[in-house]
Design a binder for this molecule. Structure first.
Ligand SMILES: Nc1ncnc2c1ncn2[C@@H]1O[C@H](COP(=O)(O)OP(=O)(O)OC[C@H]2O[C@@H]([n+]3cccc(C(=O)O)c3)[C@H](O)[C@@H]2O)[C@@H](O)[C@H]1O
Ligand SMILES: Nc1ncnc2c1ncn2[C@@H]1O[C@H](COP(=O)(O)OP(=O)(O)OP(=O)(O)O)[C@@H](O)[C@H]1O
Ligand SMILES: NC(=O)CC[C@H](N)C(=O)O
Length: 739
C-alpha cells in the first residue's frame, strides 16, 4: 500500500430524475451530475441504481434492446469525458454469461475498472427484481488474482481499446490506499448486509446506488439503516437515489445522503422539481481509520474476516487494485475544501408534508412528460377532491418558485410549454404567482344535482377561487333525467329512491347514474376546455378516491373514481384530513381547506332529508353510516390485511386485543362486515385508476396487492372459526360489553 499524500477526499452523490427507457434524457442528466460533481471538486461520484436505463423499466429488462442501449449510453458517457478525472459508479443492467444482472459499473477516465453485480434482489411490494435479474453468487474459483471477467461489447473495444473488465463482488483499492466499495439498494436492507464485510475488510467508502420509492414514513427507516451501519462499522456511506416519476405509479424520493461514522454530513432534497441534485462532502479519511481503530471489538472481527476467504454471508469479497489516487484529486480542489466533521440537522418531512409534496412532484413529472395542457378535476367540495385540488396548488407553488429562480432553467421551460407560453414573444415568461400558473393548468368543476347541497357547492367555488383554477359550476340534472327517460321508454319502469318507496337496487341505480354521468362529463370537459379557452391540447382527468374507499369498495365503478390519474389513491382518509388541516398554515389563502377537513364526508347522491341533515355536512347521507364502518376502523383493517398479512381469523384475534373495549362478538361482526364488503367489491380494484403509491396497505390490484377478484363472499370456513373463538369467551364477556 502506497503512503497517502493526503487523507482528504471530496465525494459526490446525487438525485437524478430519470425516466425509464429515455436513454438520451438519462445520459444528459448523468453528464450534468458528473459535471456538477467535478465543479464541486469531487474525485468520486455515485449515481442511482440502473440510472442509465431508469429503474422502472420492468419487463423492458427482458428485452435485449435495453441492454444494448445501455452500452451505447455508457460509451457516450465515457466518450464525452464524464469519468475523466472522476471515479464514477454508474448503475446499469448487464448480461453476463447469458444471465441478467443488476450492476454497478465503476469507471475512471475512459476505462471500466469493475462491474459489480447485485447479490440480494428486491422482490417485495412493488419490487420484482427477481423477475428480471439473478442475484449474483460468486463462483468458488474467482479471486482477485484470477477474477471472473466480463467480455465487453466490440463497440466498446473499438472505441476505448478495452476487451474485458473484472466482474464480481470486488471493491477497488486506490494507489493511495483508499478503498471504495459498492452496496446496491436492497443489500443495505438485508440481515447480513454487504457493507459489514466491506468495512471489516478495510473499505472506507461505500456507495449505495438505489432505486427506492416513496412511501409515507419510509425515509426514517432508510436513515436509521445508514446511521446504524456506519455507527457500528465506521466509514463513509454515500446514498444515491432516483427522484421523480419514471413512468409508473411510484415516486422515487431522492434524498441522497453522505453519512460518516454514524453522522449525516450532507443531504439532498427529498421532494423537488429539479432534475439533478448533486451533493458533496470533503472528508478526512483518517477520521474513519481512527474511529474504527478506537473500537477493539471491530478490530477482532476485522482481523478474523481478512484471514478468512469468504464473507460472512457466504459470498466472496475481494479487492481489485487501481493506479488512481482520489485524495490527490481532492487536494487540487480549486476551492479550499470544507472538511465535514460534525453531523447536520436532518430534514425529515412530516406525514402531512409527504402527502402533498410527493404527489405534487409526481403530478408535475407526469404532466410535463405526458404532453397534456393541464388537469381537469371534478371538484365536489368534499375532502377527497379538495385534497387533489390542494396537491395541484402545491405543485404550482413548487414550479412557480423554481421557474422564477431560474427563468432559463428546465423547470421554467417546461412551465412555458405547458402553459402554452413558449412562442418567441414569451421566451422569458414565468408565472408571477402559483395562482397564475394554476389558472393555466388546473380546471375544476362542481357538477351538482338536485341532491347536492349549497354548502359543498360553495366550498368547491371558494376553493377553486383560492387556488386560482379555471372553475365551472355545472348542473347535471338534465342528463340524469334524459338517461332515466330512455330507461323508462325501454322498460316501462321508473326507479325510485328508498326514501320514496323504492327498493335498494333502485336506490343504488339512481345514485350510480349521477356518479357515472359526472365521469362522462369530466372526459368531455377534459377534451374540449382547452379549445374553449383558445388553446391547444387535452387535459388529464384527475380522480380522487382514497385508499380506504378503494379497500371497502365504497365507490361507483366507472364514476369519477375512474380517471387518468389519482394522486391520493394510496393515501388514507386520516392522513388526508391531517394534510388539509396542515396546508392553510403553510399556504395562506387556502383557509377553506380547514372547513372542508372538518365536514363529515358525504356522497350527496340521495335526496337530502332535512330532518337529519347537519349544517357542517349540508346533507343527511354520510359515508361512515353508508359504509357501516368508520374511516378509522378501515385504517386498522387495511393495515392488518396487507401489512400484517392477516386473513379474517388472525385479524379478529388481533383486534379483540386492540379493541378490548368491545365485546368479542362485536369485533367479530365488524371484521366479518369488512371482509364481506372487501370481497364483494374487490373487482373494482381491477380497473382502479393508476394512483400514486403512498401506503404499504394500498389495495392496488394492478401492481402491488395481487389477489383474486372473485371471492366466496360468505367466507364459510373463516367466519365459522371466528364464531368458535367467540364462543370460547365467557358469555359475560360478550354480554357485559354489549349492554
Ligand atoms: N364479482 C363481480 N365481478 C365483476 N363485476 C362485478 C361483480 N359483482 C358486481 N359487479 C359489477 O359491479 C356493479 C356494482 O358496482 P357499482 O355499480 O359500483 O355499485 P355498488 O357498489 O352497488 O354501489 C356503489 C356504492 O358506492 C357509493 N358511492 C358512490 C359514489 C361515490 C361514493 C363516495 O362517497 O365515494 C360512494 C354508493 O353510495 C353505493 O353505496 C354490478 O352492477 C356489476 O356490474
Ligand atoms: N357535485 C360534484 N361535483 C363534482 N364532482 C363530484 C361531485 N360529487 C362527486 N364528485 C366527484 O366524484 C368523486 C366521488 O364522489 P363523492 O363526493 O361521493 O366523493 P368522496 O369520495 O366522498 O370525495 P369528496 O370528499 O371529494 O366528496 C369525488 O371525489 C368527485 O371527484
Ligand atoms: N431497489 C431496491 O433494492 C429497493 C429495496 C429497498 N427495500 C427500498 O425500498 O429501498
Amino acid at each position: 500500500m502506497a503512503p497517502s499524500s493526503s487523507s482528504l477526499i471530496t465525494v459526490a452523490t446525487c438525485n437524478l430524475n430519470q425516466w425509464a427507457l429515455d436513454f438520451d434524457g438519462n445520459v444528459h442528466r448523468i453528464l450534468e451530475s458528473c459535471r456538477l460533481a467535478k465543479e464541486q471538486g469531487a474525485s468520486y461520484r455515485l449515481g442511482p441504481e440502473l440510472e442509465i436505463c431508469g429503474y422502472g423499466c420492468e419487463d423492458h429488462f427482458l428485452e435485449h434492446d435495453t441492454f444494448d442501449h445501455c452500452w451505447e449510453s455508457l460509451c457516450q458517457l465515457l466518450g464525452e469525458g464524464a469519468s475523466d478525472g472522476l471515479l464514477c459508479d454508474f448503475g446499469m443492467p448487464i448480461l453476463h454469461a447469458g444471465v441478467r444482472y443488476n450492476c454497478r459499473v465503476l469507471c475512471h477516465d475512459r476505462k471500466i475498472l469493475l462491474i459489480r453485480p447485485k447479490s440480494a434482489l428486491a422482490d417485495n411490494g412493488n419490487y420484482r427484481e427477481g423477475r428480471y435479474f439473478t442475484a449474483y453468487s460468486s463462483p468458488a474459483n474467482s479471486t482477485a488474482n484470477c477474477p471472473e471477467k466480463h467480455l465487453l461489447p466490440s463497440t466498446f473495444f473499438v472505441k476505448f481499446g478495452q476487451r474485458d473488465a473484472p466482474f464480481g463482488l470486488y471493491h477497488v483499492e486506490c494507489a493511495d490506499g483508499t478503498a471504495i466499495g459498492c452496496e446496491s439498494c436492497e443489500e443495505l436492507w438485508t440481515p447480513q448486509a454487504s457493507h459489514i464485510d466491506l468495512a471489516l475488510r478495510g473499505v472506507e467508502i461505500i456507495g449505495n446506488g438505489s432505486g427506492s420509492h416513496h412511501e409515507l414514513r419510509k425515509l426514517s427507516t432508510r436513515i436509521e439503516l445508514m446511521m446504524s451501519a456506519t455507527r457500528k462499522c465506521g466509514g463513509v456511506y454515500l446514498y444515491s437515489n432516483q427522484r421523480g416519476c419514471d413512468g409508473g405509479r411510484t415516486y422515487y424520493d431522492g434524498c441522497a445522503m453522505i453519512v460518516v461514522n454514524g453522522k449525516i454530513v450532507a443531504q439532498a432534497p427529498q421532494f423537488d422539481v429539479h432534475d439533478v441534485n448533486v451533493i458533496t462532502a470533503t472528508i478526512d479519511l483518517d477520521d474513519v481509520r481512527s474511529y474504527r481503530a478506537s473500537h477493539p471489538s471491530f478490530g477482532i472481527q476485522a482481523a478474523r474476516t481478512i484471514a478468512e476467504s469468504g464473507g460472512s454471508n457466504g459470498l466472496m469479497y475481494d479487492t481489485i487494485t487501481l493506479v488512481f489516487d482520489p485524495t490527490n484529486s481532492a487536494s487540487i480542489n480549486k476551492n479550499r475544501p470544507k472538511i465535514m466533521e460534525g453531523g447536520m440537522a436532518l430534514k425529515i418531512a412530516s406525514p402531512e408534508e409527504e402527502c402533498c409534496l410527493g404527489p405534487a412532484c409526481w403530478l408535475w413529472d407526469y404532466l410535463r412528460r405526458s404532453g397534456a395542457a393541464g388537469f381537469f378535476l371534478p371538484l365536489s367540495g368534499g375532502a377527497d377532491s379538495s385534497s387533489v385540488a390542494a396537491i395541484v396548488a402545491v405543485m404550482c407553488t413548487l414550479v412557480t418558485k423554481a421557474a422564477r429562480e431560474y427563468p432559463e432553467g428546465d423547470v421554467a421551460k417546461d412551465c412555458r410549454r405547458i402553459c402554452r407560453k413558449d412562442d418567441p414573444g414569451n421566451s422569458s415568461w414565468v408565472p408571477s404567482t402559483p395562482e397564475e400558473m394554476a389558472n393555466f393548468v388546473l380546471h375544476t368543476a362542481f357538477m351538482g344535482t338536485e341532491n347536492s347541497s349549497a354548502v359543498t357547492h360553495s366550498r368547491a367555488k371558494r376553493l377553486g377561487d383560492a387556488i386560482g383554477s379555471y372553475h365551472l359550476s355545472i348542473k347535471i340534472d338534465l342528463m340524469v333525467k334524459a338517461v332515466l327517460q330512455v330507461f323508462q321508454i325501454a322498460t316501462g319502469h321508473m326507479p325510485r329512491f328508498a326514501s320514496r318507496g323504492g327498493t335498494m337496487s333502485e336506490d343504488l341505480a339512481l345514485q350510480n347514474i349521477q356518479a357515472r354521468l359526472r365521469m362522462v362529463t369530466s372526459y368531455l370537459m377534459a377534451q374540449l376546455l382547452p379549445w374553449v379557452r383558445g388553446r391547444s391540447g387535452f387535459l388529464l382527468v384527475l380522480g380522487s378516491a382514497n385508499v380506504d374507499e378503494g379497500l371497502r369498495g365504497y365507490m361507483t365503478k366507472y364514476d369519477c373514481s375512474s380517471a387518468d390519474l389519482n394522486p391520493i389513491g394510496g393515501i388514507s382518509k386520516g392522513d388526508l384530513k391531517r394534510m388539509l388541516i396542515y396546508l392553510p398554515r403553510e399556504y395562506p389563502g387556502l383557509d377553506v381547506l380547514a372547513e372542508i377537513a372538518n365536514a363529515p364526508p358525504t356522497a350527496e347522491l340521495r335526496p337530502i332529508d332535512a330532518a337529519t341533515a347537519t349544517a357542517e355536512a349540508g346533507h343527511s347521507q354520510t359515508d361512515e353510516e353508508d359504509m357501516g364502518m368508520t374511516y378509522e376502523e378501515l385504517g386498522y383493517f387495511g393495515r392488518l390485511r396487507k401489512m400484517s398479512r392477516c386473513g379474517p381469523v388472525s385479524m379478529f384475534r388481533k383486534l379483540v386485543v386492540t379493541w378490548s373495549h368491545l365485546a368479542p362478538s362485536d369485533v367479530a361482526a365488524k371484521v366479518k362486515r369488512f371482509f364481506y364488503y372487501y370481497s364483494v367489491n374487490r373487482h373494482k380494484m381491477t380497473t382502479i385508476t393508476p394512483a400514486y403509491h403512498a401506503e404499504a396497505y394500498s389495495p392496488d390490484d394492478n401492481r402491488f396487492d395481487l389477489r383474486q377478484f372473485l371471492y366466496n363472499t360468505r367466507w364459510t370456513r373463516q367466519f365459522a372459526v371466528m364464531d368458535q373463538i367467540v364462543a370460547q369467551y365467557p358469555d359475560s364477556d360478550n354480554k357485559d360489553k354489549n349492554d
